[in-house]
Design a protein around this ligand. Structure first.
Ligand code: NAD
Length: 332
């Protein structure tokens, strides 16, 4: 469905048979991860996104400690279930090491809880959330088999893994039983300051996984408002991004629009999930996507020399290119 104009393209997600809108709705902001959001504003954003062609919605029990799932569930019950691709997660329930639990019993109970909060009878993609905080061998030997059992029962349709270190994702894919990992979600690794996902994609795909890119704005780092207090970016990266943001601003461009323009041109991911919570952000990101893909002309300063300024910003970020931060346990 679309409100007219260019239609958001869809791409296949690995061998799942699912077709995802190239822009996906990241629902962590609905849980308040980036500041308080009124439920009705978030629900209107989800409805608007669907009307404009977004069919992929991603959440987790962790986002807002179940709030994101609850609000998303309220929004989705008004939409046709068979036209939605709904992804959520298991295993992460807070920030402390004790808040991770990838045991078969916990993830099985977790799926039941998510189904209730989301008000659905099945989940399209269930993902192990931030696997690097768990024991990767437990994910392979216990968590994935438990999720496969839920898949056979029809409670979930596909199984995935998510995390920051690309080596952790590859470690699990290399050891998991064939067909047990349908999707991989990587975040903060395909954006203006970090493109390490691109080189990892062939090996991820070789194991049969469909690839999802998340956090194209590096969890708010690449926005005028700047990153949230909890953002883990090291100081040199923050400083370089601040300078690039000011430069873009001086040239009449919003760093976030440039960030979306850049990320949405990655052709080898099925979808890119950006965090959104209101109608305005949905419209902005759909426009940025259509313009990035050459499906909609840009207007005024935003369109005319966006690529030139994008090139300047990329050059300014070159000294901190691919600079990341530690996450979870070392990969064995
Ligand atoms: P993001 O890079 O999408 O940035 C989100 C922030 O940018 C929010 O503050 C949002 O309000 C703001 N924003 C979005 N579009 C904007 C625009 N056009 N202009 C200005 N500001 C804009 O980071 P994210 O939300 O962390 O990632 C997107 C989604 O990906 C998440 O909501 C989640 O669904 C998923 N994700 C999953 C994992 C995981 O599984 N481990 C990790 C990160 C993200």
């Amino acid at each position: 469905m679309s409100d007219g104009g260019a239609v958001l393209p869809r791409r296949p997600l690995g061998s799942t048979g699912l077709e995802l809108s190239v822009l996906g709705f990241g629902a962590s902001p609905l849980g308040g991860s980036f500041g308080a959001v009124d439920d009705s504003v978030g629900i209107a954003a989800v409805h608007h996104a669907f009307r404009r062609g977004i069919n992929f919605f991603d959440t987790s029990p962790f986002y807002g400690l179940t709030k994101s799932e609850t609000v998303l569930g309220q929004a989705l019950r008004d939409l046709p279930r068979s036209e939605l691709v709904l992804a959520t997660k298991v295993g992460r329930y807070g920030h402390r090491p004790a808040d991770f639990d990838f045991s078969a019993a916990r993830v099985t109970a977790s799926v039941a809880e998510s189904l209730a909060r989301l008000q659905v009878s099945y989940i399209d993609i269930i993902q192990c959330h931030d696997i690097e905080f768990g024991d990767l061998d437990q994910i392979v030997n216990e968590t994935l088999p438990a999720l496969a059992a839920l898949r056979s029962q029809g409670l979930v349709r596909h199984v995935g893994i998510t995390g920051l270190p690309l080596e952790a994702l590859q470690y699990v894919l290399d050891r998991a039983a064939p067909g047990s990992v349908d999707t991989v979600l990587s975040y903060c690794h395909y954006c203006l300051n970090d493109t390490t996902l691109a080189a990892a994609i062939p090996a991820l795909r070789a194991k049969g996984a469909g690839v999802i890119n998340a956090s194209p704005l590096s969890m708010g780092l690449l926005t005028r408002a700047g990153p949230p207090a909890w953002h883990p970016a090291p100081p040199p990266l923050r400083e370089a991004v601040l300078a690039a943001t000011a430069h873009a601003e001086g040239r009449g461009h919003d760093i976030a629009a440039l960030g979306m323009r850049f990320a949405m041109r990655q052709p080898d991911v099925a979808s890119t999930l950006v965090g959104m919570y209101d109608i305005d952000l949905v419209d902005k990101n759909i426009s940025a996507t259509l313009q990035a893909l050459g499906l909609e002309p840009g207007s005024g300063a935003e369109g005319a020399d966006a690529d030139a300024v994008l090139g300047e910003v990329l050059q300014m970020l070159e000294p901190v290119k691919d600079l990341s931060w530690p996450s979870g346990r070392p990969v064995p």
